[in-house]
Design a protein around this ligand. Structure first.
Ligand code: COA
Ligand code: AMP
Ligand code: ZN
Length: 439
């Protein structure tokens, strides 16, 4: 017999598979009609495929629908995928990690409320309750981990500390003074936080009330999770989200820690072969495709996340039958996630090419040094400047600044003589990731 107090939304969390699928079909039909009736982009795509909303009769018919991509969002920047008039929207978020136009996601007040409900459900699932103190070390502003966790933690009724990113000494002071019991952080930052705790003589087991971490927004391995849990004596639960799907609250581990439950009353989850785009069987790795079925302002049909993962199962000892998805295994594109920030190599290339003093060969290396994740950008310089030290120093500063403006974090920039970086006969190697974030 299930203990109902374990679930924030028992009517949704404890549905049988049949009930989940019936609800999904109902919501899918509504979403598809909403897109078709209210958005030119989708209407045109449907016409090209020769389908109408009436063709969606079963859940399996989802595969008749067109895919939507990041490029589609950029091509219809800023509001071309809206399905409601702008007056109905109360928030927008835009994601980093694109060149040219960013991607924009619009939300109605209902969308914001439903998003908060989803995040609250995740936090409740791992034992957090009113009376807990929740500290959020996400960047705020456009990073959806900021307001996303803020609203969800408030919805659950926790005392919420919007500490935001950076300043580890202040984070530690808040943790101690406010009796923080739970933190949301990107995993790489928690190892930095522990380093500063050690320097300050703070023992998390002795000096804090920490009991739960929500870790996500960047790939990490099971080993990293275990290491974090051991360092702090705190349970760390994997949290998956993406701006296009609202942000956090898409998938979250339950106390079993056996994969992330993706909330199927909000999303239809498909895993497809990234090349053929055909479905792969459960257990096989492919690209995660998500369709929003509970969104008003800007639903997305069959969104290609580019994240690679697999279905682990559709039942769980926790009593939830929402699909269990494995931790992310890689990407089907070249996006890197560093310090919770998305970066494409092309963004870096675009900036480097703006400096006429720089040659065209460059190498991006991602490392973990003393528990800090870092990016080093080595770039060759035109011979002309090699013996002018002051000019080189200024150039190095200017390049660093310009890169920080573009990618939102500070890389180490090394200017190196022309011809010193490796070249290959075929495609040049531009990125070396030594962090081992995917396992
Ligand atoms: N979250 C929180 N704090 C972080 C962080 C992260 N992901 N990465 C680094 N920091 C801390 C650093 O530890 C440092 O503080 P400290 O020296 O007091 O310990 C401070 O932020 C600056 O770090 P640094 O690496 O020197 O700065 P940067 O110029 O490279 O930029 C951030 C780093 C933190 C500003 C940027 O990476 C950021 O905003 N990250 C947050 C992204 C996020 O919230 N993603 C969630 C999306 S849902
Ligand atoms: P953003 O849109 O900025 O929130 O970034 C979303 C992307 O971050 C996803 O598509 C993933 O590549 C990555 N990401 C988010 N959460 C996780 C997680 N828990 N594990 C691995 N990657 C994640
Ligand atoms: Zn479970």
């Amino acid at each position: 017999m299930l203990d109902k107090s374990e679930y924030l939304h028992p009517d949704k969390e404890c549905l049988s598979r049949e009930e989940i699928e019936a609800l999904q079909l109902k919501r899918l039909k509504e979403t598809v009609k909403h897109c078709y009736d209210n958005n030119e982009f989708y209407k045109k795509k449907f016409e090209e495929l020769g389908i109408t909303p009436d063709d969606i009769k079963t859940l399996a018919d989802v595969c008749k629908l067109p895919f939507t991509t990041k490029q589609d969002l950029r091509d219809h920047y800023p509001f071309g995928l809206a399905c409601v008039p702008l007056e109905k929207c109360t928030r927008l978020h835009s994601s980093s990690g694109t060149t040219g136009n960013p991607t924009v996601i619009l939300h109605s007040q209902k969308d914001i409320d439903e998003w908060a409900n989803a995040v609250a459900r995740c936090l409740h699932m791992v034992g957090l309750r009113p009376g807990d103190v929740f500290q959020n070390s996400s960047g705020y502003g456009m990073f959806t981990g900021g307001l996303g966790f803020q609203n969800g933690a408030e919805r659950l009724g926790m005392l919420t500390v919007p500490a935001a990113a950076g300043n580890s000494l202040r984070q530690i002071k808040f943790i101690r003074d406010f009796g923080t019991t739970a933190i949301h952080a990107v995993p790489s930052y928690l190892t930095r936080l522990k380093e500063v705790m050690d320097q300050e003589g703070v023992d998390p087991r002795r000096d804090t009330k920490l009991k739960v971490f929500a870790i996500g927004a960047e790939p990490h391995s099971e080993e990293q999770r275990k290491r974090i849990e051991d360092m702090f004596g705190v349970k760390a639960y994997n949290s998956f989200g993406m701006s296009e799907m609202c942000g956090p609250g898409v998938g979250f581990e339950c106390k079993e820690q056996n994969g992330l439950h993706f909330w199927e009353d909000y999303y239809i989850v498909e895993i497809v072969d990234p090349v053929t785009l055909e479905p792969v069987p459960d257990g096989e790795i492919g690209e995660l495709i998500l369709t929003t079925i509970n969104r008003e302002a800007m639903p997305l049909l069959r969104y290609r996340t580019r994240d690679l993962t697999r279905v682990l199962g559709r039942t769980c000892p926790c009593g939830r039958n929402h699909v269990r998805i494995d931790r992310m295994k890689g990407r089907s594109d070249d996006m890197m996630v560093l310090k919770g920030v998305n970066i494409f190599p092309i963004q870096i290339e675009k900036i480097l090419m703006q400096f006429k003093e720089l040659a065209s060969n460059y190498l991006i290396t991602l490392t973990t040094d003393d528990d800090n994740d870092n990016m080093t950008v080595e770039v060759e310089i035109e011979d002309l400047f090699t013996d002018d030290y002051q000019r080189l120093q200024k150039l190095q500063k200017d390049v660093t600044r310009a890169l920080k403006d573009e990618i939102l974090l500070t890389p180490r920039v090394k200017l190196v003589p022309k011809g010193s970086l490796p070249t290959s006969d075929g495609k040049a190697v531009r990125v070396v990731d030594k962090r081992k974030v995917y396992q």
